[in-house]
Design a protein around this ligand. Structure first.
Ligand code: LLP
Length: 394
């Protein structure tokens, strides 16, 4: 199911290992471009806002902006990052259940993106601080969603959006407040690989259509799992947008970048407790997804050996949950041999933790001829630079 990395990319990673400290992230730009082209083709005529949380490296954002994509963001920091990568405010959508007043005031200074109001309180606050702003209202479709519970934002018991019964009233209130209410936003959840979820969403919107006459924008969010074919999903989504008289917007993150990236780690020991382990220099602080979502990232060895064994792959943290994969059959390594964790281009480097004073891994992109630095490997003293070593008072 998972696409093996290109052979010349693997050779290039081997070469980079001579210069770059592990763990690091490596991206194959050709694969990235292939994914972006596939989505652009399937959704020609729609606006695509890349969800920058998946991988926010500036060089990547600049590249996607040049390819014509907008940016979907979820914090003041992400909006300012998008601006730093050259996006204009009207190319940026700001989501999120909490937009503190200080963040909205900063946006008044630095440029007001399209805002997605997530609750009545959010709407009132936006109207107060950013009068006349362009706004979408987020709908909570109240659907069971087939993914990890942490990733199912469209369930009725989640904290996101406004339930279908309340939606028309809140939307009308936005108009009363003088906001430019452009349309509806709906994000079901992430890592969706069951077409039934996409179909159920269309039905909810079809029912809402009886109460909503016209919308300028229908933003159907992200969530496209790696197994989904955008060409199969797009026609229904376009048809629905047309019935609202709306322009279709989407916000893919993972689908564009996950498959382009690998995490590269070295093995520093083989060890037997009641289970057989390989101990690596990467764990939960470099790649949090296995611990947080039980995510499985396929593993590829960069070394060969005649014998194989079945291993659990543990990281350097002092937590028994610090295991990146279990029961993987691998050639028996020697000290310092390297492994690739696949499908790590989305929510990998982006979710790195400084916990245990692990500096951020370096990130590098390969264009088929050479490596480019996307993020230098983090350095240690800067990790504690903001901590006074003398008394200091706020
Ligand atoms: N739009 C909204 C409003 C979102 O909340 C998200 C993701 C996206 C778009 C992009 O979703 P995608 O196309 O990437 O599925 N850290 C988790 C994923 C969290 C996603 C949060 N929201 C993980 O590692 O799987």
């Amino acid at each position: 199911m998972s696409n093996p990395p290109a052979a010349d990319f693997v050779d290039a990673v081997r070469d980079l290992l001579k210069r770059a400290p592990t763990p690091f992230y490596a991206y194959d730009l050709r694969r990235l471009e292939g994914r972006v082209a596939r989505y652009q083709e399937a959704f020609r005529g729609a606006r695509i806002f890349y969800a920058i949380k998946a991988n926010p490296r500036l060089r990547l954002l600049e590249r996607l902006r040049s390819a014509g994509l907008g940016a979907e963001t979820v914090s003041l920091g992400e909006v300012l990052r998008a601006y730093a990568a050259g996006y204009m405010p009207d190319q940026v959508v700001l989501n999120g259940p909490v937009k503190p007043p200080a963040a909205l005031r900063e946006l008044a200074r630095s440029g007001v993106p399209v805002l997605v109001a997530d609750s009545p309180a959010d709407l009132e606050r936006i109207a107060r601080i950013l009068p006349g702003a362009e706004v979408l209202l987020r709908l909570n479709p109240d659907l069971p969603v087939d993914t990890h519970p942490h990733l199912a934002t469209g369930r009725g018991d989640s904290q996101f959006g406004v339930l279908p019964g309340d939606w028309p009233g809140v939307f009308a209130r936005g108009r009363e407040l003088g906001l430019e209410m452009r349309g509806l936003h709906l994000h079901l959840g992430s890592d969706l690989n069951n077409p039934a979820d996409f179909a159920a969403r269309l039905e909810v919107l079809e029912r809402l259509r009886a109460r909503v006459r016209f919308l300028a924008v229908l933003d159907l969010g992200g969530g496209f799992g790696l197994e989904m074919d955008p060409a199969k999903l797009a026609p229904e989504m376009f048809a629905l947008a047309r019935r609202f008289g709306a322009e279709l917007w989407i916000e893919p993150g993972r689908a564009l970048v996950a498959d382009a990236g690998v995490l590269v780690a070295r093995v520093w020991a083989e060890k037997q407790t009641r289970r057989r382990y390989l101990l690596l220099d990467a764990g939960m602080t470099a790649l949090l997804r296995p611990l947080l979502y039980g995510a499985r990232h396929p593993v590829v060895p960069l070394y060969a050996s005649e014998r194989t064994a079945v291993y659990d792959l543990a990281g350097p943290a002092c937590e028994s949950g610090d295991v990146l994969a279990r029961e993987v059959e691998l050639p028996v390594p020697r000290e310092g041999d390297a492994l690739l964790f696949l499908r790590a281009g989305a929510y990998g480097g982006a979710m790195h933790l400084n916990y245990l004073d692990h500096p951020p891994p370096g990130e590098y992109a390969w264009d088929g001829a050479r490596w480019e630095v996307w993020r230098r490997p983090g350095r240690l003293p800067p990790l504690w630079e903001d901590e006074p070593d003398q008394p200091e008072y706020p």
